[in-house]
Design a protein around this ligand. Structure first.
Ligand code: 9MR
Length: 510
């Protein structure tokens, strides 16, 4: 029994060591504070009476603070589009427990803005490590600082402020390009965020593999709708909406300049949509608008967005998710949402009708959802698609395919594709990723097998299937990073899953 326990704890240690090695492989230390010869570039941020002084244990002490942000800070050079992680040890002797944050003050064109990157609690008299992470955006100046929350006058010591930077090695060994390999079958694409889009080397690597991109967040209503400006417009006309494109511009520029196609995502969704969009005067204190006003707002929202992209990026967009995730997982009926509440049961039919009216010629209009392989949900999706097909304004269905290695089974995925394909719509796989419990060789091999099986089951549909898109490129930047779900690891190296996608074409090769 004891031997088993010892073995188990050895195993656990090995697993933990492997996990942290994986992380280190993708990051390199670019800075660690060293106070042996002075402040090492650190200074008390903002005007006031705060002072820094050398302290025991290799630390620096800040005293005389007047505000939480009146804190030790230091300027750093950062590269837009690279991921960073930070840690610092803090210690305070004044209160039972205090909250600390690692924050960043960044400025562009003289305008300073702030983000909190990590938090921790420090009990009296104990050294505690606070960790944080950030993907750098483009700014003229970056100041990292260690601040408190709700303890503006607390004196505290800090040491070993450490900055790790993602290894920016985007130079690949000669590997095949997925979009080139699959060019006779369908487009091969990925989701990209605005942070990634700010790093040209990273984008060039993506473009070497993928010929189609979806903005991961930057064309969701939260990003596109300018609530403040909409409020102004609504004073004259309740049906108006103001749109803005700042978040997505770097991505669209890159795509236009490098021959990448775009898939838009998304206009009508229960999530990531400003609540104010549904209220009179765009004011949360006012009642919900009428069905008529809501539909007019939606029409203006889509028309303005299409007009903007057609004017500035003509022909760039090939398809768009008009509605996303409308079906409830457990009941297969329409999920409750503001759209259902304000417009009513036919809101998808109306959304597609309006989209067709204002969309550029040839743009494919999609409904997109997840868990298509789950029976109840599948029934709901198929019923809905039939109604949409009957009205003739929908072009296609997007299978998200956010999967786990344990679920769903390949045969149920195949059955779901078979069933939806019978409706005669265009198809796409819009958000493919497959999580695994750890990144051991055995799990990576299982994941590869699953990726291969999915591509093989999709290939016979290539006449109907417009694209396969993964939801991100490398594991470390995935929204599900802890499950290692993608084709490249945190060091941008191809995983067994990548080679399985390559090999899936083997039987098909001429
Ligand atoms: O990848 C997106 C992630 O960065 C956001 O935090 C998340 C918030 O809902 O949305 C992710 O994208 C979703 C997509 O828009 C729709 N299908 C599910 C995706 C993952 O949640």
């Amino acid at each position: 029994m004891k031997t088993v326990r010892v073995l188990l704890s050895v195993l656990l240690l090995v697993i933990l060591a492997t996990a942290s090695l994986g992380e280190e492989a993708a990051m390199e230390q670019i800075y660690q504070s060293d106070f042996t010869a002075g402040e090492d570039g650190w200074y008390p941020r903002s005007m006031g009476t705060a002072q820094l002084a050398a302290a025991p244990d290799g630390a620096m002490l800040i005293t005389g603070r007047e505000n939480d942000w009146n804190s030790p800070g230091r300027d750093f050079e950062m590269i837009p589009g690279l991921r960073y992680s930070f840690s610092v040890e803090v210690k305070q002797d004044e209160v039972d427990t205090a909250s600390f944050m690692i924050s960043i003050a960044h400025s562009a064109g003289g305008q300073e803005s702030y983000e909190n990157l990590g938090r921790g609690q420090a009990a009296r008299g104990e050294w505690v490590t606070v960790n944080g992470a950030w993907m750098a955006s483009a700014f003229d100046r970056y100041v990292l600082y260690v601040e408190t929350t709700g303890a503006p006058t607390l004196s505290f010591a800090f040491r070993n402020f450490t900055v790790l930077q993602e290894k920016a090695d985007f130079e690949q060994e000669e590997i095949p390009s997925l979009s080139q390999l699959y060019q006779d079958y369908f487009d091969f694409g990925t989701a990209v965020t605005r942070f990634e889009a700010q790093n040209k080397a990273r984008m060039d690597f993506y473009a070497s593999q993928f010929n189609l991109m979806t903005p991961g967040n930057e064309m969701k209503p939260d990003s596109l709708i300018d609530v403040r400006a909409s409020r102004e417009l609504a004073k004259e006309d309740q049906t108006q909406v103001a749109v803005k494109f700042d978040d997505v511009t770097p991505l669209l520029d890159y795509a236009r300049d490098n021959g990448i196609k775009l898939h838009g995502h998304v206009f009508v969704w229960h999530s990531q949509t400003p609540e104010a969009f549904f209220h009179e005067n765009y004011d949360l204190a006012k009642p919900l608008v009428s069905r008529e006003i809501m539909l007019s707002r939606l029409e203006h929202f889509m028309a303005k967005t299409f007009a903007y992209v057609e004017e500035n990026y003509p022909g760039l967009f090939v398809s768009w998710d008009i509605v996303n995730e409308a079906i409830d997982d457990s009941t297969g009926k329409l999920r409750s949402s503001n759209w259902l509440k304000v417009v009513g049961e036919d809101y998808l039919l109306r959304a597609f009708e309006l989209a067709r009216r204002v969309a550029p010629e040839g743009l494919k209009l999609y409904y997109n959802d997840y868990n298509t392989a789950v029976p109840k949900k599948q029934d709901g999706i198929v019923k809905l698609l039939k109604e949409l097909v009957a009205e003739g304004n929908i072009d296609g269905y997007g299978f998200q395919m956010h999967h786990d290695i344990a679920y769903p089974t390949v045969s149920s995925i195949r059955a779901s594709v078979e069933r939806v394909a019978l409706l005669g719509l265009k198809l796409r796989v819009s958000e493919l990723d497959i999580t695994i419990p750890n990144n051991t060789e055995a799990q990576l091999a299982k994941q590869a097998e699953e990726y291969g099986a999915i591509l093989r089951l999709l290939l016979p549909y290539s006449g109907q299937l417009e694209a396969v898109q993964v939801w991100g490129v490398s594991d470390n930047l995935s929204w599900r990073a802890s499950g290692y779900p993608l084709l490249f690891d945190g060091s941008q190296q191809p995983k067994p899953a990548f080679w399985a996608v390559v090999d899936a074409l083997e039987d098909k090769a001429p």
